[in-house]
Write a protein that binds this ligand. Sequence first.
Ligand code: CA
Length: 225
Amino acid sequence: MRILLVEDERKVASFIARALRENTYAVDVAETGRKALELGADVPYDAILLDVRLPDLSGIEVCRELRQQGIEVPVLMLTARGLVEQRVEGLDAGADDYLTKPFVLAELLARVRALVRRGFHSGNARLSYADLILDRHRRRATRDKETIPLTSREFALLELLLLRAPELITRSEIVEHVWDCHFDSETNLVEVYINRLRQKIDQDRSVKLIHTIRGVGYRLGTPGS
Ligand code: CA
């Protein structure tokens, strides 16, 4: 899950970003409306949290522009308390929901979960390849109808592999999408997680789905695909 947070107040932005990261979302922060438009057009986010008051374009203009470009990502608008017009304008501009500042973190997280779920309803809640199925809504994986228990990191990694299947995904893309931090590229964290997934998904099965492309990355697919 990757989220774009658009907020120019650094303290607020880092507070929200930290909370989202603790909940295993990957977060990009944009401090201006223009940066938000640039990133929104480039990166397939699962949700955008958009502050109305920004130094250049307003959040409302940003939202309108994203929609005009055909970008359907769910948008949660962060508005000032008491300004009803701002909320109406935001919703008219194509926002899916709004939250008035100041808000309680638990509520923000609940809204984000709801927003991401809503995005799945309109898109692909169920990802599958061969007999492997990932239900993103129920957060459940099965292979040949057998439930596979996954941690949230393993889930995020499998989700990414399935979204790209049967194509290759590079190690650095995995790091960027699943861990969000730019840790030392020499670390073997990706390998560790791939091996855990392999044990859960491929062990004792005749058809292996996770393949290593030596020196480059991994792909999910049947051997000949
Ligand atoms: Ca602001």
